[in-house]
Design a protein around this ligand. Structure first.
Ligand SMILES: [Zn+2]
Length: 376
């Protein structure tokens, strides 16, 4: 069991509150969301009414999430997507040094079947920081890989956490516009739908729970191949895809402005616009996207003149060089943990690419900066 401490800031009276919550081994969401916590702490009449509206919105989204499974047919595939809590490699719980050694960060973006189909696989799209990190374009490439695997689907619906930054950002939206309009994509429309953060328990979370249970059972997960095997064996329908360097492309923001107005802020800063989106649809042949800010709306709104002038919507060339890890991180793992591994697992670590840049950054900038800028 992991225990987390969330500090909730009350913007009206500047008081701070600490709330301890429990994260289930499944990596599921905390039992209460920040909005619920904040409104419960000061139960004025106004806050009680706000809480009522908030819960109505939660129920509406959950109802739509459940109902969507009924809409699946041979041409429409419905999934829920979620990033599993980062996995640190190697996982060797009986080796004391493993708790004190900076380890390799591995990511699993899970796309769990939401529809009725019992045969379709769940996809675990895996990567590790030796190849790519946690930048928006790295995340976008996991989505593009998943969409490439759905070649027979005309329509794709993906439910996910309303998490601006990871699941809602201009690079991801740009990548989807570029990819759906490419000759390689046969999917005609892709719709992203967002549950409310803090109330987002989805099918993907259940799979993460089973992966963590499996990992506990096997004990050691010594290299990336072990992690892939754990994701594969934890659930019989799981299909594991390990991203190769050729799967990573440097997608960039090609959007000019959310509304096309020259007076508006640049689209990269237009976070408030993204924050209000509850559903967004990308359609083949369209260089705009279509969105709703309320699930009760029947009609989509449409962006105007979204794409920057003189922008070619070409899929970027695949990367040819890996990200690599700090030489110190590799060195520490090699000295402290690799000798305790089975010989067959050591080759992965010996071949793990390093990047001297991370060593330089590590020495020159603060830990907080490193963390936020993907230099873990
Ligand atoms: Zn809530």
């Amino acid at each position: 069991m992991n225990v987390y401490n969330l500090t909730a800031h009350n913007s009206t009276d500047k008081q701070c509150y600490c709330v301890i919550w429990r994260l289930e081994p499944s990596g599921s969401q905390p039992t209460k969301c920040r909005t619920c916590i904040r409104l419960d702490l000061t139960p004025t009449e106004e806050n009680i009414n706000k809480k009522q509206l908030h819960l109505e919105e939660v129920n509406l989204r959950r109802t739509l999430y459940v109902q969507d499974a009924e809409n699946e047919d041979s041409e429409t595939k419905i999934y829920s997507a979620d990033l599993q809590k980062v996995f640190l490699l190697p996982r060797m719980p009986k080796v004391k040094d493993s708790f004190f050694t900076s380890r390799l960060v591995a990511f699993n973006e899970t796309f769990a079947v939401k529809g009725k189909s019992k045969k379709s696989p769940h996809y675990c799209i895996l990567r590790h920081e030796g190849k790519a990190g946690r930048r928006a374009d790295d995340v976008a490439c996991s989505f593009i890989k998943f969409i490439q695997l759905q070649r027979d689907a005309e329509s794709l619906i993906i439910w996910m956490d309303n998490f601006t930054g990871q699941n809602k950002n201009w690079v991801l939206y740009s990548a989807l516009i570029v990819y759906i309009n490419s000759e390689y994509c046969t999917t005609k429309n892709i719709t992203l739908k967002y549950l409310l953060t803090g109330h987002t328990y989805m099918a993907a979370d259940g799979l993460h729970g089973k992966i963590e249970q499996y990992v506990k059972k096997v004990g050691n997960v010594e290299d990336f191949n072990d992690f892939a095997e754990a994701c594969n064996k934890a659930v019989s329908r799981n299909k594991v895809i390990c991203l190769e360097i050729s799967d990573f492309m440097k997608f960039e923001n090609v959007c000019k402005s959310a509304t096309g107005s020259a007076k508006k802020k640049s689209v990269g800063d237009d976070v408030s616009f993204l924050k209000d989106i509850v559903e967004v649809r990308f359609i083949k042949g369209q260089q705009e996207f279509f969105y709703k800010t309320d699930f009760r709306d029947e009609q989509y709104k449409e962006t105007k003149n979204l794409i920057k002038r003189k922008t070619e919507l070409n899929i970027p060339k695949p990367l040819t060089t890996v990200r690599g890890v700090s030489p110190k991180k590799k060195d520490d793992i090699m000295k402290a943990l690799v000798p305790a591994m089975k010989p067959s697992k050591r080759l992965f670590w010996e071949n793990l690419p390093t990047n001297l840049m991370f060593q330089i950054y590590w020495k020159k900038v603060s830990y907080a900066y490193i963390w936020t800028k993907d230099f873990v």
